[in-house]
Design a protein around this ligand. Structure first.
Ligand SMILES: *Cc1c(COP(=O)(O)O)cnc(C)c1O
Length: 395
């Protein structure tokens, strides 16, 4: 970077990390209570959290897990996806979406994104379907819903399952329907940076009670149902193993956090929404930026606030802009390094150039800080610095 793009002296420099969880007294009290309750592993708190979460997303069944990644893995295994099968997903996602397809022995098939929504483009889906295709995994990027009606319609016509990666989409609605109640199986993440956190954690929601049962058994060593209350006074020492299952269960310590976070979720979401609106209005006249898409038809969960730099209008690259923001004390991130770009996937023969919209989005994208524990003053500071940097480096 040459010195002419270095920032001028910033008055009142602030320090704003890219992401911080909102953990308060309530969370601490609930976790301490769970630690002194003698139930540390999966127990009553997990079941309570599952019930509350299922109700929240309007789904009949919810299963607490140790991650969203575990959920994606189990969902595919429970649907019988394995060697020789293909699963369609977006290249513009966190790598675990695709890794779990590989872990099942199947082949990921990437379908490019719609440049407006940055979600998988339903118009390109059908041409990617082969006789080996078993499922589609749409990812609700940044918390804005994928266009589910055409996706479900194509899936129905080709007899495919739809597993939603809803890691960004707690609170998202698609045409008035809660994400979590739409596809065959939905997988949520409660990782530390997500809108609702349990530190590490995840949840599966689904309609089909038999499938729910199978996933439950597979998530805890494949042990039969009798094992669930093995340590209670109703339980017995006897259990049977139905599958070579996994150790993917949620713990009551995580669930204690999750219950409190769920209680304050609507509040936290209102703050995200208000801040996103402030960003949108403040950047509306900055023509060097592409702003995130939104629509009154759906409810955006604003997990990420994603801007794209129009590099033809400025003298700096996206990466240089990230450095200038860092000098101004602002932490940012890039969502995502596209899956086909990672060395493992390149060795398998995938090429980012085959997904031109994904490549263009990746090269221009910056995720700005957006979380409920930020102050409005901090949001204003981010706006001021972004606008200053793009103005100083305009062509
Ligand atoms: C965070 C994330 C995941 C993984 O979630 P974990 O709970 O950490 O396993 C999966 N997909 C997307 C799109 C994510 O952002």
């Amino acid at each position: 970077m040459n010195s002419s793009v270095q920032s001028n002296v910033i008055e009142k420099k602030m320090n704003i990390p890219y992401a911080l969880p909102l953990v308060g007294e309530e969370e601490i009290a609930e976790v301490v209570a769970s630690l002194t309750s003698n139930w540390l592993s999966r127990g009553p708190k997990t079941m309570e959290f599952e019930g509350l979460f299922a109700k929240y997303v309007q789904s009949p069944h919810a299963l607490g897990l140790n991650s969203c990644t575990a959920g994606l893995h189990l969902a595919q295994l429970a649907l019988g996806i394995g060697a020789g099968d293909e699963v369609i997903t977006t290249p513009y996602t966190f790598v675990s979406t695709a890794n779990t397809i590989i872990q099942c022995g199947a082949k990921p098939v990437f379908v490019d994104i719609d440049p407006v929504t940055m979600n998988i483009n339903p118009n390109l889906l059908e041409q990617a379907i082969t006789p080996r295709t078993k499922a589609i995994i749409p990812v609700h990027f940044a918390g804005y819903p994928c266009d589910m009606d055409p996706i479900l319609d194509i899936a129905r016509r080709h007899n495919l399952k739809v597993i939603e990666d809803a890691a960004h989409a707690v609170h998202t609605q698609y045409r008035g329907r809660m994400v979590g109640s739409i596809g065959d199986i939905t997988c949520f993440s409660f990782y530390a940076t997500k809108n609702l956190t349990t530190g590490e954690g995840g949840m599966i929601t689904l309609n089909d009670p038999e499938l729910a049962d199978r996933i439950r058994v597979m998530s805890l060593h494949g042990m039969s149902k009798n094992a669930w209350n093995r340590y209670s006074d109703k339980g017995s020492w006897f259990y049977e193993v139905e599958y070579a299952g996994f150790k993917y269960n949620m713990t009551d310590i995580q669930a204690a956090l999750g219950i409190t976070q769920l209680r304050r979720l609507v509040n936290m979401q209102e703050t995200r929404e208000a801040y996103a609106k402030i960003y949108n209005e403040a950047f509306a006249h900055n023509d060097t930026l592409i702003l995130p898409h939104d629509s009154a038809e759906h409810r955006h969960a604003w997990h990420l606030y994603v801007i794209r730099l129009k590099e033809h209008m400025v003298n700096i690259t996206r990466s240089e802009m990230i450095e200038l923001l860092k000098e101004a004390g602002i932490g940012t991130s890039v969502h995502f390094i596209p899956v086909p770009q990672h060395p493992y996937y390149r060795r398998l023969g995938y090429r980012l150039e085959d997904y031109p919209e994904c490549m263009a989005a990746y090269e221009a994208e910056i995720s700005l800080p957006l979380y409920p524990s930020m102050s409005e003053e901090e949001i204003r500071y981010v706006i001021e610095q972004v606008n200053r940097i793009t103005a100083e480096n305009r062509k």
